[in-house]
Write a protein that binds this ligand. Structure first.
Ligand code: GH3
Ligand code: MG
Ligand code: MG
Ligand code: MG
Length: 307
């Protein structure tokens, strides 16, 4: 296969890790049917540099969440005209975990079971109105800190520390296809004679190559799962036309062959070998096939794509 496709070269400009970066600017949604409370709470959050959305009912809030799934904090009243806060919280939890979208219940009700009801519905925390401003700020800080820590742990558990690509664990627990009967495309990529790079330029030179190669591969597949499997081995899960998958892989191979990677005062030249396959079989079986094709690519003289 030797195909030309320039569409993927545009994607090369998208910086690696952009999609993996922590969302430093938190978005909050304030839900209350009282204009006064809604504005007061919003004002407190804005003072803490949060971007604030507002809704006056549970249904309106769920619509805003649908449009902005990256909201990290929802602060909600319970008594509202159409959908109450507890019901809304339960519905939020169908699609968004506590670690991704925190909910803080706020109610002026004199029902002493309100805290338990909110927590059981999936809220992270609860406060009775009227609340002490200092306490409110502390709880918001606490919730956002927890979320940042959880995001960080998630990245540590699922990303490769050197390259920022997904790791093996993530790769085997995610599927990039939306439906069951869609063919999955797999590619195994291995750097040719990488040991020689380490021997010639040292381990740090090898690391510089791994980082550069990762950026190139990742930038060409913004919609796919790109993982570092081991030392100098990468695996890609891709959904879509196998033909365009192969042309992008070939484009990557040619690009890597044509560039040099700067390291200290030197320029490092390398090539890669690729094994690709597609099908409805299990991930493990497809990886085995791709790996066999990679082996053939190595046997046939390296610096080539075999599918
Ligand atoms: P081939 O063309 O057959 O793939 O030859 P190769 O030298 O690339 O193959 P091999 O798999 O034997 O060598 C991989 C080397 O990658 C061995 C190991 O020292 C090195 N390596 C593994 N992880 C890292 C890393 O994180 N950084 C660096 N710099 N080197 C690594
Ligand atoms: Mg109310
Ligand atoms: Mg190798
Ligand atoms: Mg190898």
């Amino acid at each position: 296969y030797l195909l030309k496709d320039s569409a993927a070269s545009v994607a090369y400009l998208i910086p690696l890790l952009l999609r993996l970066e922590a969302n430093l600017e938190h978005k909050a949604l304030v839900v209350d049917d009282s204009d006064m409370v809604r504005n007061h709470v919003s004002h407190l959050l804005e003072k803490q540099n949060l971007t604030v959305y507002k809704a006056s009912d549970g249904n309106e809030a769920l619509q805003i969440i649908d449009d902005n799934p990256d909201i990290s904090l929802v602060i909600t009243d319970n008594d509202m005209p159409e959908k109450d806060g507890i019901t809304m919280t339960r519905e939020i939890r169908r699609d968004h975990s506590r670690n991704k979208m925190a909910v803080l219940g706020l109610s002026g009700s004199d029902d002493s079971t309100m805290t338990a009801q909110f927590l059981k519905a999936g809220a992270n925390d609860f406060l009775y109105k009227p609340f002490n401003q200092e306490e409110f700020n502390c709880r918001i800080h606490h919730i956002l800190n927890m979320k940042d820590t959880s995001d960080k742990l998630y990245r540590m558990a699922n990303q490769d520390a050197l390259t920022g690509l997904w790791n093996r664990r993530y790769f085997f627990t995610h599927n990039c296809c939306q439906t069951e009967n869609e063919s999955l495309n797999i590619a195994m990529i291995d750097i040719d004679f990488f040991k020689k790079v380490n021997d010639t330029y040292g381990h740090d030179g090898g690391d510089a190559v791994l980082i550069s190669i990762s950026k190139i591969i990742d930038a060409h597949f913004p919609e796919s799962i790109v993982a570092r499997f081991g030392g100098e081995e990468f695996c890609i899960q891709h959904c879509g036309h196998f033909h365009s998958f192969l042309s992008t892989l070939e484009l990557i191979r040619q690009r890597i062959e044509s560039i040099t990677i700067p390291y200290l005062e030197q320029q490092i030249s390398i090539t890669i070998s690729i094994g690709a396959t597609t099908g409805l079989e299990s991930l493990e079986k497809l990886i085995k096939q791709a790996d066999d094709n990679l082996y053939t690519a190595k046997e046939n003289g390296r610096n080539q794509l075999v599918s």
